[in-house]
Write a protein that binds this ligand. Sequence first.
Ligand code: AMP
Length: 221
Amino acid sequence: MAVSRSHLVLMGPPGAGKGTQADLLAEHLRVPHISTGGMLRDEAQRGSELGKKAKRLMDRGELVPDEIMLGIVRDRIGAPDCARGYILDGFPRSIRQAEDLEKLNGEAGPLLALSLRVPAEVVIKRLSSRRTCRPCGAMYHLVSSPPKKPDVCDRCGGELYQRDDDREDVIHARLEVYRRETEPLLAYYGKRNALVEVDGTGSRDDVFQRLLEGLAGRGAA
Ligand code: AMP
């Protein structure tokens, strides 16, 4: 069965630029950008039981249990705006999540995974100077893409903050979890002939062009 052209999974280590590229792709393909980390941070901000539990794990760089994540993703991709497709950013993060997603996706056929390759030393630098907008989730980099006004989001005027899990000690834990739990997914999607890998270094626009070329090479975009 041919891979889906609009049901996409964006992969890569923390700090690879998944959020930024998922936004661009979502606009280009006119499908929703679904960030599971963003959804968990919203829950944490609301102070729900789920949000409090997720925050404790996120602050240590650990993964939220698969059953919880699957429930969240099942509800979200079942929403009417996902009928034509979606871009998942941050999900799946384990083989179990990938297998469950495949079942959930059912009729839409196998997903296509896009993976951003970025060396560890680059992501460590990017994450430690990253700032995130509290209300809208937009991301900035203090050196390469600073906001026009310090600590204020260009897009919505909201407050920029440093995520608790973007501290140096937590960054190392997140990278370790990525290597152990998530990197095996590259082989998983590779075996299904459903993987496009691109160089994730360089400017936002260069990386986006590479992703579009990768999609075009698969008959998509
Ligand atoms: P992200 O914004 O994608 O970097 O995610 C931030 C944190 O949210 C991760 O470090 C995990 O603690 C949690 N998280 C996000 N997505 C998942 C997922 N698919 N499975 C488990 N935990 C997740």
